[in-house]
Design a protein around this ligand. Structure first.
Ligand code: S3P
Length: 469
C-alpha cells in the first residue's frame, strides 16, 4: 500500500505542468474507436486504471487494442462487431466504464455480466437500469435489503434475432453524463428516437463526439435528441487526441492558491464549458488565474493553457446550482482551496457527491476537520470557515483518488508533516500526481508500506497528526 508524506510549502510553487488526458473523454474515445469501421488512433490517453478498465473490457469483446505510452491503436469492429466475452467484465473502480458499457451491451445479441470493486458496487444503478429497460433492454441489477436502489453486479441478457430496442423519451431525475451517454449508446441501435432531458446540462462530450462522427444528434439546451432513422448506422475510422483533464488540473490550481505567490501553468486543458465551473468560481473568489485558448482538440473540445501568475489570497464564496454540476468532480479540490480563503465558503446542490467513489461530503468534512478547519457537513454540501491556521494531519483517502489529492494540497498549507494513507487509488486517474506536484516545488514523498501495517488512526477515516484521535 502507498502513502504520502507532505511537508508545509516554504516557498511558492513554480513551473509548467501537464495533466493526464481527460478521463471522461478517454472512455468515450476508446468506445467510439472500438465501434468504428476500421483502425483508429487515440492519443493523449491517461494511464489511469479507469480508462484501462474500459480498454480491457473492449478487448474481452474482441477489439484489438495496442497501447504504447499514452497512445492506443484500436481495431474498430463496427457497431455490430463486438463478440461475447469469455467471462464477466470487470470495471474495477470505474463508474463510467460500467454505466457506459451497460448502454452498449443491452443492444447486443450476447449476454454479459458487469462487476466492480466494493466502492463501485455501492453506487446507484437504478437511474440507468430503469430507462434501459423501458426501451427493451434486458438488464438487471443486484437488490440490497437495506436500500431502495439497484447495484452492481449488473447482468445483461442477449436480444434475440427478432428483438430490438425501441425509442425512448426520458426525463432524468439527476443530471448525469454517464446515464445520458448510456442512453445515447443504446439509442444508436434502437428503432426510434432517443430524447433525453436533463434538469441541468451535464458534461456533453458524448454529444460533441457523436456529432463529429456524423451521428444525427440535435441538442437544445439540456435536451438531446438522437434520430437514427436516416443514418447509415456507422462511422469511419478516426485519429483523436484527448485533451488534458480539468479535474486533475484543479488540484494544481488549488495548490497554487493555498501557497501564496505561486506561479504555475497547466498546459492543454479541456475547457469545454460544461467542465469549467471550477475556473468560474475561482474568479468569483478573486483569483487572477486565466485561460489562454489553444484551439480545439478532436471531437470538438476547446483547449486552453491555464495560468496563475503570483497567486493572491482568495475570499470565500457561495456556490450551487448549475455551477456545481459544471465542477462536480472538482469539489474536493475546491473545498481544500476554500480552507485557505478568507471567510466562509458554502457549497450547495452537491448531493451527487454522496454517491461518487466515496461519500465525498462526509469524507471531505473529516479531512478538513483533521487539518483544523471548521467545517459543517450539509445534506447537499459543505460550509467551510476559511482562513484559519492549518495543522498537519494524518488522514486516509477512504479509497477515493480525489480525496487523497485534496489532502495532499491542503498539507502544503498546514504546519508540520502530513501523512496521507492509502493513496493507491490515485492511480485510477493520475498515476504521476505526486511527482508532478514535486516538480512544482512541493515536498511530497511517496512510500510503500506493508498492507498489514496499520498506520492509520484507530477511529474513523482521519485523525490529527501523530495518529491520536
Ligand atoms: C462522468 C460523469 C460524472 C462524473 C464522473 C465522470 C462521465 O458522473 O462525476 O467522474 O464521464 O460521464 P455522473 O454521470 O454520475 O454525473
Amino acid at each position: 500500500m502507498k502513502r504520502w508524506r507532505v511537508r508545509t510549502a516554504t516557498s511558492p510553487l513554480r513551473g509548467e505542468v501537464s495533466v493526464p488526458g481527460d478521463k471522461s473523454i478517454g472512455h468515450r474515445a476508446l468506445i467510439f474507436a472500438a465501434l468504428a469501421e476500421g483502425d483508429c488512433v487515440v492519443r493523449g490517453l491517461s494511464g489511469g486504471l479507469d480508462n484501462l478498465a474500459t480498454a480491457d473490457a473492449l478487448r474481452e469483446m474482441g477489439v484489438a487494442i495496442e497501447r504504447e505510452g499514452s497512445t492506443a491503436r484500436v481495431g474498430g469492429v463496427g457497431l455490430r462487431g463486438l463478440r461475447i466475452p469469455p467471462g464477466q467484465l470487470d470495471c474495477g473502480n470505474s463508474g463510467t466504464t460500467m454505466r457506459l458499457l451497460a448502454g452498449l451491451l443491452v443492444a447486443q445479441r450476447f449476454g454479459t455480466r458487469l462487476v466492480g470493486d466494493a466502492s463501485l458496487s455501492r453506487r446507484p444503478m437504478k437511474r440507468l437500469i430503469e430507462p434501459l429497460r423501458a426501451r427493451g433492454g434486458l438488464i438487471a441489477g443486484t437488490v440490497r435489503l437495506e436500500s431502495q436502489d439497484l447495484y452492481a453486479p449488473l447482468s445483461v441478457a442477449p436480444l434475440l434475432e427478432h428483438e430490438h430496442l425501441i425509442g425512448l423519451e426520458h426525463e432524468m431525475g439527476v443530471a448525469s453524463a454517464q446515464v445520458k451517454t448510456a442512453l445515447l449508446l443504446s439509442g444508436l441501435y434502437a428503432r426510434g428516437l432517443t430524447a433525453i432531458r436533463e434538469p441541468v446540462l451535464s458534461r456533453d462530450h458524448t454529444e460533441r463526439m457523436l456529432r463529429a462522427l456524423g451521428v444525427p444528434l440535435e441538442r437544445l439546451g439540456p435536451m438531446v435528441v438522437l434520430d437514427p432513422s436516416e443514418w447509415r448506422g456507422g462511422w469511419d475510422p478516426f485519429e483523436w487526441e484527448v485533451p488534458g483533464d480539468p479535474s486533475s488540473a484543479a488540484f494544481f490550481l488549488a495548490a497554487a492558491h493555498l501557497v501564496p505567490k505561486s506561479e504555475i501553468t497547466v498546459k492543454s486543458v479541456c475547457v469545454n464549458p460544461t467542465r469549467t465551473g471550477f475556473f468560474d468560481v475561482l474568479r468569483a473568489m478573486g483569483s487572477t488565474a486565466y485561460l489562454l485558448p489553444q484551439g480545439d482538440a478532436a471531437g470538438d473540445e476547446p483547449l486552453a493553457d491555464v495560468l496563475v501568475e503570483r497567486s493572491v489570497s482568495l475570499v470565500g464564496t457561495r456556490t450551487g446550482g448549475e455551477l456545481v454540476t459544471r465542477m462536480i468532480d472538482e469539489v474536493p479540490a475546491f473545498a481544500a482551496m476554500a480552507a485557505g480563503a478568507r471567510g466562509r465558503t458554502e457549497i450547495r446542490d452537491a448531493e451527487e457527491l454522496r454517491v461518487k467513489e466515496s461519500d465525498r461530503i462526509a469524507t471531505m468534512t473529516l479531512v478538513l476537520r483533521a487539518f483544523g478547519v471548521a467545517c459543517e457537513e450539509l445534506e447537499d454540501g459543505l460550509r467551510i470557515e476559511g482562513g484559519a491556521r492549518l495543522k498537519a494531519a494524518h488522514v486516509q483517502s477512504g479509497g477515493d483518488h480525489r480525496i487523497a489529492m485534496s489532502a495532499a494540497v491542503l498539507a502544503l498549507r498546514a504546519e508540520g508533516e502530513t501523512i496521507v494513507d492509502d493513496v493507491d487509488c490515485v492511480d485510477t486517474s493520475f498515476p504521476g500526481f505526486a511527482a508532478t506536484l514535486r516538480a512544482l516545488g512541493a515536498d511530497i514523498v511517496e512510500e510503500h508500506v506493508a498492507a498489514d501495517v496499520d498506520s492509520a488512526p484507530r477511529s474513523g477515516v482521519v485523525g490529527s497528526a501523530g495518529g491520536a484521535s
